[in-house]
Design a protein around this ligand. Structure first.
Ligand SMILES: [Cu+2]
Length: 104
């Protein structure tokens, strides 16, 4: 799902009230930074799967309608190293994962 290196793009600077577009054409975590304000950042994750989600505030998530099979759960957080967990989805209606600990 994530490319080996961070995808890069640069929209440069442009006048206020101007809109620029960028097509995120490669999978990965795309980082957007402001070269004026260090506290301004955003991320776009381009995933090659229909099975993705974000967590609730307590870190829990649900992926619905995942067909049976072997998968790798990939977890990303801006302040942690990405984590992966192999999972075997079977015919049970609900499959629970063990906790995934993210480390800085
Ligand atoms: Cu800024």
């Amino acid at each position: 799902m994530f490319s080996p290196g961070p995808p890069r793009f640069d929209l440069g600077t442009y006048p206020q009230n101007t809109t620029k577009y960028h097509l995120f054409d490669k999978p990965g975590v795309w980082t957007m930074l402001c070269n004026v304000h260090a506290e301004m950042s955003a991320y776009v994750i381009v995933a090659e799967t229909p099975y993705f989600t974000t967590t609730s505030r307590d870190g829990k998530f649900v992926l619905k309608d995942v067909p049976p099979g072997k998968y790798t759960v990939r977890v990303w957080h801006e302040k942690a190293k990405p984590a992966t967990l192999p999972i075997d989805v079977d015919e049970r209606p609900t499959v629970s994962l063990p906790s995934i600990e993210l480390k800085r």
